[in-house]
Write a protein that binds this ligand. Structure first.
Ligand code: NAD
Ligand code: TYD
Length: 354
């Protein structure tokens, strides 16, 4: 079996759903169920004995050690993290605790477990660390896309904490021989994306008749990948990645934020027109820019394509259409995750301006 951390979150839950749709290999899911973790994402697995959920933190050495001894996983995929840049600006501490200290404690427990394995199990064991392109910093319009050889230049508390975790993972390979793999992926979008992030927030606000907040001039560029393509890339790296290597994952889909929001508005105009027949883009509202806002991210995904034969299945156009449709079909999921604590976050982040 495999142990997946943070699999009640956006990407982790998509990963588990895809994994169990394609394989009968059981998954132990260790998730602390922070505001971003939601077991409803995995409701379709209720009663499925191949999914074992454990509520707990990667930061809890004793718990992780106990789970490893009990379930004897052949691989660990580490999604668990605090993941939202804006939250890391308001309060970096949780990011340091989970992304750095948590990863460290997880690595320590895994190292002890791995050291005790028999030769064959030891040789085939894998620790795959899921990271982000944000560790490379910000590009100008003219710069080439991020390659695996780019220098780390993280600019936000979030990206700095992820960079630190990547370095720890690397060090555990070089120092202790732990069989690690690291992936650095661009911005994901798709089902179960928490509506604090741009794409689900815009869909949610549009349908609720609320402002669509654009930070600064809206010309910041992100490189978007449909979440199921990220999941297939992780499966591919887990199976065939070279130990100690890092793989950049992206879909060659660079878009300015404003274009993304216009695309979302146009799709919603077609699929769910406003009662007054006005276009959704009239709800666009410019707000104060994010402090230290990275201007452009772009992933050069040629290494994973060349060495492992991975390619995304979705274009931005097909993926975004599916995503909007998913949110329209799953309004109750959105309503559930946007009650309670979500409201106070929106108040803190946007209320001064909107
Ligand atoms: P998310 O915030 O939706 O989910 C994170 C999950 O981790 C939640 O279920 C949360 O409960 C859990 N968690 C948090 N702290 C924990 C802890 N101490 N122990 C156990 N579980 C804990 O995040 P996501 O968007 O699904 O991102 C998953 C991973 O992928 C993160 O490591 C992130 O850095 C990385 N990543 C995300 C993107 C993206 O666009 N979302 C892109 C590249 C890489
Ligand atoms: P986000 O989804 O938070 O991802 P990240 O910061 O990790 O790239 O934001 C994507 C882009 O959208 C980023 O440039 C910030 C911008 N943005 C807005 O303009 N308005 C918003 O309300 C949010 C949440 C993000």
């Amino acid at each position: 079996m495999i142990l997946v951390t943070g699999a009640a979150g956006f990407i982790g839950s998509n990963f588990v759903l895809d994994w169990l749709a394609q394989s009968d290999e059981p998954v132990v899911n260790l998730d602390a169920l922070t505001y971003a973790g939601n077991l409803e994402n995995l409701a379709s697995l209720e009663g499925d004995t191949r999914h074992i959920f454990i509520k707990g933190s990667i930061d809890d050495f004793d718990l992780v050690a106990k789970l490893l001894a009990e379930y004897q996983p052949r691989a660990i995929i580490n999604f668990a993290a605090e993941s939202h840049v804006d939250r890391s600006i308001h309060g970096p501490e949780d990011f340091i605790q989970t992304n750095i200290v948590g990863t460290f404690h997880l690595l320590e427990a895994v190292r002890a477990y791995w050291n005790g394995l028999e030769d064959e199990a030891k040789a085939s064991f894998r620790f795959l660390h899921v990271s982000t392109d944000e560790v490379y910093g910000s590009l100008t319009k003219e710069d080439p896309a991020f390659a695996e050889t780019n220098r780390y230049e993280p600019n936000s508390p979030y990206s700095a904490s992820k960079a630190a975790s990547d370095h720890l993972v690397r060090a555990y390979h070089h120092t202790y021989g732990l069989p690690v793999l690291t992936t650095n992926c661009s911005n994901n979008y798709g089902p179960y994306h928490f509506p604090e992030k741009l794409i689900p927030l815009v869909i949610h606000n549009a349908l609720a008749g609320k402002p669509l907040p654009i930070y600064g001039d809206g010309q910041q560029i992100r490189d978007w990948l449909y979440v199921k393509d990220h999941c297939s890339a992780i499966r591919c790296v887990l199976e065939a990645g070279k130990l100690g290597e890092t793989y950049n994952i992206g879909g060659w889909n660079e878009k300015p934020n404003l274009d993304v929001v216009h695309t979302l508005c146009a799709i919603l105009d077609q699929l769910s027109p406003r009662a007054d027949k006005q276009p959704y883009k009239t709800q666009i509202t410019y707000v104060k820019d994010r402090p230290g806002h990275d201007r452009r991210y772009a992933i050069d995904a040629s290494k994973i394509e060349r060495e492992l034969g991975w390619k995304p299945a979705e274009t931005f156009e097909t993926g975004i259409q599916k995503t909007v449709q998913w949110y329209l079909d799953n309004q109750s999921w959105v309503n559930n995750v946007t009650s309670g604590a979500y409201q106070s976050w929106v108040g803190k982040q946007y209320c001064a301006e909107l």
